[in-house]
Design a protein around this ligand. Structure first.
Ligand code: N2P
Length: 382
């Protein structure tokens, strides 16, 4: 986190110095403007009339993570703008990427995580946002306004952020399972054979194995990746399944007692089922941010921007945090976020915990290696 903030500050300064496109760069931030001017540009003589806004589409197609937006938001948006939102969900970033690479053209707004934004920008899959249509962009906390994967929020705005750790049933564990060892150590994991899930997500699950082995989540070293693969193959005899969409319900239904989890998913069910809780592994877990972006193939870029801007309204951003139990990068939303979310250290971790967290990064040429290892894990017995 500290690294992100430091890098963000540096990027922020550079962006602020080279152009007038200064977006949420801390105190003294200016209103976002659609037209960056160079320092040498001559002042215009007469104000040019506002270009007419395109018409809104009747429908907007959102491709999102499951259980990741307050359903009422769709109704309120439609009541105000007359745009009906149709939502499809994906289980992980790679499924989203594959869909776009295969030529899916129907989506207006997508929600990739940090490292996937970087990959999508590189592949030309995202359009640049017109900040002139995003009057609420200044609500984004300066800490999140210049992420290293998309400096200056040129392509995306951050939506929600959280951590990856271990969800569990507190009636089964005397002590919180606050170490990756609970998922991988043969003595510990075998005690819950058939009763825990791992995320169906190549980077998260390879990452957890790498972390347990003491390597970086972003390792590109083939020997380390093979060791992670072998560990996951050994673990297969104890897991219930790989699941990234219903694992929290499996936990609540007593199908499982522990789950490799995204923080908010567990808190969301814990609201109804008080036995459930979430622990960040003491070795450090994953910190991530998911982002609102517009694919190059979007049917209506303008409608997508109007929707993204709506999601950055403080009350709307807070409604989504309150629904999904994830932290918001929207500083203005804080006053509308429930105190039990804001004050929960497993949702808004204190600095000493954040320091130990690591971001997933684009591993570039090692991506096919991850894919191969993951395929081998999936194909292995039992
Ligand atoms: C929501 C999943 C959280 C997204 N169900 C993890 N990046």
């Amino acid at each position: 986190m500290r690294q992100l903030i430091t890098r963000a500050v540096v990027v922020c300064l550079i962006v602020g110095t080279l152009t007038t496109l200064v977006v949420a760069c801390g105190p003294g931030q200016v209103e976002p403007t659609a037209v960056p001017t160079s320092p040498t540009a001559a002042p215009t003589e007469a104000p040019t009339p506002e270009p007419e806004k395109p018409e809104l589409a009747k429908e907007l197609h959102l491709y999102n993570w499951s259980e990741y937006i307050e359903p009422q938001v769709f109704e309120d948006f439609e009541a105000e703008f007359g745009v009906h939102v149709v939502e499809d969900t994906f289980a992980n970033n790679e499924e989203l990427l594959a869909k776009l690479q295969a030529g899916a053209t129907g989506y207006d707004v997508i929600v990739p995580s940090d490292y996937m934004v970087e990959i999508m920008i590189e592949e030309g899959l995202l359009v640049e946002l017109d900040h002139g249509n995003l009057s609420n962009i200044g609500n984004i906390d300066p800490k999140f306004a210049n992420p290293p994967y998309d400096p200056g929020m040129v392509h995306c705005v951050p939506y929600l952020w959280g951590t990856t750790g271990i969800g569990y049933n507190g009636e089964v564990f005397e002590e919180p399972p606050d170490s990756w060892a609970y998922l991988f150590d043969s003595d510990l994991a075998s005690q819950h054979a058939g009763k825990f899930t791992m995320l169906n997500d190549v980077r998260e699950t390879m990452g957890a194995a790498l972390k347990y082995l003491g390597y970086s989540l972003n390792s590109t070293n083939e020997t380390e990746l093979q060791a992670a693969r072998d560990l996951l193959i050994q673990q297969k005899q104890w897991i219930h399944s790989y699941d990234a969409e219903q694992y929290e319900d499996l936990l609540s239904a007593d199908e499982t007692v522990m789950a490799h989890s995204w923080s908010g998913d567990i808190f969301m069910v814990a609201e109804e089922d008080e036995r459930l809780w979430y622990a960040i592994p003491k070795e450090g877990g994953v910190i991530w941010a998911d982002n609102l972006c517009i694919p190059a193939s979007a049917p209506s870029k303008y409608t997508a921007e109007v929707f993204i801007n709506y999601l950055m309204r403080p009350e709307v951003a807070a409604a989504n945090s309150n629904f999904a139990w994830y932290a918001s990068p929207n500083a203005k939303a804080e006053e509308f976020i429930e105190a039990e979310i804001l004050e929960e250290p497993a949702i808004y971790p204190p600095p000493e915990v954040l320091e130990k967290m690591e971001w997933l990064e684009d591993v570039g040429e090692a991506t096919p290696l991850y894919e191969r290892m993951w395929t081998e894990v999936k194909a292995a017995g039992p």
